[in-house]
Design a protein around this ligand. Structure first.
Ligand code: PEP
Length: 245
């Protein structure tokens, strides 16, 4: 999946069907193979029951396989609910749940062991961006969460923290440059197969076309603008226009 809706902590059972109907009114269902949705855990079953075209993912998993860890959800459990990908290391989890690179690495391994595609989020805070130290920062995030892993198939979402939910989208040419650097680091330093590299941070139906046009951008991770089915559909159409048209 290349264009992913991250619903974060939004949505109730009755919302999904309405969202899907609006999405399919706006965008061509035959092209939905490249789309993904990561709803809250509570809606995984609902999404699975109502459609099978959009790839289904979770927003997190435990770094442990099973056991006495109250409140956690394992990779095997999301697999059992029909998920085939998982968003890992989102900046909100790093910040609010103090997730370390070491924990994120264990989660990548857990996902991979259960045949769930990891979408690893990395991105710099504003002060690092302002100090022009983005490259070093991303390098150390990648080093911390990918070092020592073997033969892992994953995608990366580059999400500058200052762009998430702020309306302050990164410049498309900068995104392109950072993506090419991330690709280069991954192929040089780690035993991973980078399936897609996607951008996240205030993507909407107005700015997505120019972002999708960039050579090293394979898709997008979308928060706020993905909650409305029509809006997500318009973003999907911008993607289809460039990649299928
Ligand atoms: C996100 O949280 O992954 C995200 C990209 O959010 P938004 O699109 O709202 O900036």
């Amino acid at each position: 999946m290349k264009v992913i809706a991250n619903w974060k902590m939004h949505g109730f059972k009755e919302d999904y069907l309405h969202w899907y109907k609006n999405l399919s009114k706006t965008a061509d269902e035959n092209l939905f193979d490249d789309l993904g949705i990561a709803p809250p855990f509570t809606l995984l079953d609902e999404c699975k029951i109502h459609q099978s075209k959009i790839k289904l993912g979770a927003q997190n998993i435990s770094h442990l396989p099973e056991g006495p860890v109250t409140g956690e959800i394992s990779a095997a459990m999301i697999k059992n609910s029909g998920a085939n990908f998982v968003i890992l290391g989102h900046s909100e989890r790093r910040e609010l749940h103090t997730e370390t690179e070491e924990v994120i690495k264990s989660k990548i391994l857990e996902a991979s062991n259960h045949n769930i595609h990891p979408v690893l989020c990395i991105g710099e805070p504003k002060e690092i961006y302002a100090a022009k130290k983005t490259e070093d920062f991303l390098y150390s995030q990648l080093q911390g969460s990918l070092n020592d892993l073997n033969n892992i198939n994953l995608s990366i979402a580059y999400e500058p923290i200052w762009a998430i939910g702020t309306g302050d989208v990164a410049k498309p040419s900068d995104i392109n440059k950072i993506h090419s650097i991330i690709k280069e680091i991954c192929s040089r330093e780690f035993d991973v197969k980078l399936e897609n590299i996607i951008y996240g941070g205030s993507v909407n139906d107005q700015n997505s076309k120019e972002i999708f046009e960039q050579e090293h951008v394979n898709g997008a991770l979308i928060g706020g603008a993905s909650l409305d089915g029509h809006s997500f559909g318009r973003i999907a159409n911008n993607f289809f226009e460039i990649h299928n048209g």
